[in-house]
Design a protein around this ligand. Structure first.
Ligand SMILES: *[C@@H]1O[C@H](CO)[C@@H](O)[C@H](O)[C@H]1NC(C)=O
Ligand SMILES: *[C@@H]1O[C@H](CO)[C@@H](O)[C@H](O)[C@H]1NC(C)=O
Length: 192
């Protein structure tokens, strides 16, 4: 029996070395094709999300702040050149006091010289229920004076990974004095 032990140790040493090489070889490879099921991607489904976006620029606690503009922005009827960073609350109902379901974080820029046309680059960061911690990324054009604006959803994370879809925005109200506004959003995304 005593003779087996050294052989076993040698065998184990070789085995562990081989295993390390195999595992290392895998983790160092740059790319690899995987079957969809390896990430539990089975059937695509569509989700509809509905919420209200509160863009508060006035008062002591604005959620949208201007960070840049050009000299010519001041005289531009379309505010061309202005950039705003937002951390806007998303709520279940139009009232600001209704349940918070997430936040819209990102940047919008006045990118049109002929109308109020915004470039929207932002993430919806959800906080509600199973969506808590998941995000959707928006990159699109928002002509705010139009009745309904459509912006592409270019991706998602968490529960809505691999998302693609669109967001429809409709102004609920806009105060011309304070420039505060509430926008209703209907978002449709296809994901797994
Ligand atoms: C969302 O997740 C965060 C971090 O895990 C947690 O602190 C928070 O209570 C959750 N919120 C809701 C509404 O479930
Ligand atoms: C807009 O906001 C101002 C200042 O808070 C307020 O006095 C006014 O009533 C508001 N206008 C509308 C149409 O809600």
């Amino acid at each position: 029996m005593a003779g087996i032990l050294p052989k076993l140790i040698v065998f184990m040493a070789i085995f562990i070395t081989l295993l390390t090489v195999i595992v290392d070889g895998e983790s160092h490879s740059f790319s690899k094709t995987l079957p969809l099921r390896s990430k539990k991607l089975k059937r695509e489904k569509m989700s509809h999300l509905h919420f209200y976006f509160h863009d508060i620029v006035s008062g002591r606690n604005p959620t949208a702040i201007k960070v840049a503009e050009a000299e010519s922005t001041k005289t531009s009827p379309t505010e061309f050149g202005k950039m705003v960073i937002i951390d806007d609350p998303l709520t279940e109902k139009p009232e600001a006091t209704s349940k918070l379901v997430g936040r819209a974080q990102g940047i919008y820029a006045m990118a049109s010289q002929s109308e109020l046309g915004l470039l929207m680059t932002l993430n919806y960061c959800f906080m509600e229920g199973k969506y808590n911690g998941s995000t959707l990324s928006i990159l699109g054009r928002n002509t705010v004076m139009s009745e309904v604006r459509e912006m592409p959803v270019v991706g998602g994370s968490g529960l809505v990974r691999f998302s693609r879809g669109y967001a429809h925005a409709k102004t609920q109200w806009f105060n011309h004095t304070t420039k505060d506004g509430v926008v209703e959003y209907n978002v449709y995304v296809i994901h797994y």
